[in-house]
Design a protein around this ligand. Structure first.
Ligand code: GLU
Length: 420
């Protein structure tokens, strides 16, 4: 995780905000206690035969934060910084995300501590299959449904679906979402998270009375992976001026607006923005500090911290990443009056289309892309509206409002389930 000693860890950030929401709601202690602890934490060892014949053992995680509202849902992340604290936080955010949108899911997350860039495709396939075997009794259409996250994609999802189906002796595509179209994936899933970021951005602009058709709206997008690149592309298509983009290799700026379709193609072909010549090269720190209308941190956790929060000059932040703002930075950004569309709302497009994929797998009928997007937009709009109402009603920032909406729903679910 992108964390330094002066920042709260991702799970501590989750807890800090949960405590604020609980205080606003005067929440009964039992609800707070239940949501403060994952239901189950699986830590698995994954022995893998490497290409050179040696065997290496990796550590994998699957944290089930909540199943109150339905089977747990959430992606699997491959990165060398993955640790239990991060996976716990990501799982908890999935619980909130699904509750904010009103999906019939709880929250989970998985991860393997590996550097996937240093591994061959064969090694990655073997570790993915080992992870699936280790969690064969955890994953399930009605129990726990994984999906892609950082450094995993439809390729890994296809391997998991295949390994799981082999073990169970039946074809069970609904055990995982984010699959290739050919293997029961949904149209629109690849761009879904970026699509949701764009939708949230447009809704935020509308709430603030900013009309991109009447005035130029400038944007900076931090992170140019699946989320950031699609968000930038779709926001540009809405007429927003993307003046800066950046990924782990560097950042690029053009005050007149970057050619986003060209950057999108470049990043897809080269796997990063390194060497992109379509703008003036500068740093990600400079990108984050730009005076723009919209900043979309769509890379990692803890990109905006106590260290740089004072430098942020954007009017609106739309969080494409999970947890890009450390909880300690909240007060500084709030004081500046920045309107923040929090992660659990802004990047919920991915899991929303995952839900539609799971539905399609269950009833065996597949929607057109148009149908998928037509169903996704009102779900995201409703979620935005509900959070915005809570923001007005409780006079809290949008982030706390999102926690409030989720916690209220979860508390009702917990109460209805009855005695412990
Ligand atoms: N990994 C994505 C997220 O953080 C998608 C999860 C899913 O589709 O289940 O929202």
């Amino acid at each position: 995780m992108a964390n330094t000693s002066q920042n709260l860890s991702p799970f501590a950030s989750f807890m800090a905000r949960l405590n604020v929401a609980a205080e606003v709601l005067n929440l009964e202690q039992r609800f707070l206690d239940i949501l403060s602890m994952p239901e189950k934490t699986h830590i698995v060892s994954l022995p893998v035969k490497m290409d050179d014949g040696s065997v290496k053992v990796y550590e994998g995680y699957r944290v089930i934060h909540s199943t109150v509202m339905g089977p747990s849902k959430g992606g699997i992340r491959y990165a060398d910084y993955v640790d239990l604290d991060e996976v716990k936080a990501l799982a908890a955010w999935m619980t909130l995300k699904c509750a904010v949108v009103g999906l019939p899911y709880g929250g989970a997350k998985g991860g393997i501590t590996i550097n996937p860039k240093g591994m061959s495709v064969g090694e990655l396939e073997r570790i993915t299959r080992a992870y699936t075997r280790a969690l064969k009794d955890v994953f399930g259409v009605d129990t726990d449904i994984p999906a892609p996250d950082m450094n995993t994609s439809k390729r890994e999802m296809a391997w998991i679906a295949n390994e799981y189906s082999r073990i169970k002796g039946a074809i069970i595509p609904g055990v995982i979402t984010g699959k290739p179209l050919e293997l029961g994936g949904s149209k629109g899933r690849t761009q879904a998270t970026g699509f949701g970021v764009m939708v949230s951005c447009m809704l935020a602009l509308k709430k603030l009375g900013i009309d991109p058709k009447q005035e130029t709206v400038t944007c900076a997008v931090h992170g140019f992976g699946n989320v950031g690149s699609w968000a930038a592309k779709l926001m540009a298509e809405q007429g927003l001026k993307i003046v800066a983009i950046g990924d782990h290799t560097g950042a690029y700026y053009d005050e007149n607006g970057l050619d986003i379709p060209a950057a999108f193609e470049y990043a897809a072909a080269n796997k990063s923005l390194a060497g992109f010549t379509g703008g003036k090269a500068f740093t990600n720190e400079e990108l984050l500090a730009l005076e723009v209308d919209v900043l979309s941190p769509s890379a990692l956790e803890n990109c905006i911290t106590l260290k740089n929060a004072k430098d942020i000059k954007a009017r609106i932040i739309v969080e494409g990443a999970n947890g890009p703002v450390a909880a300690e930075a909240d007060a500084i950004l709030n004081e500046k009056g920045i309107f923040i569309v929090p992660d659990v709302l802004a990047n919920a497009g991915g899991v929303t289309v995952s839900y539609l994929e799971w539905c399609q797998n269950r009833f065996g009928y597949y929607y057109s892309e148009e149908e998928v997007l037509k169903m996704t937009v009102p779900m995201l709009e409703n979620a935005f509206e509900r959070v915005y109402e809570a923001h007005k009603k409780h006079n809290t920032p949008m982030r706390i409002a999102a926690y409030i909406v989720a916690v209220e729903r979860l508390s009702i679910g917990i109460t209805m389930q009855g005695e412990y």
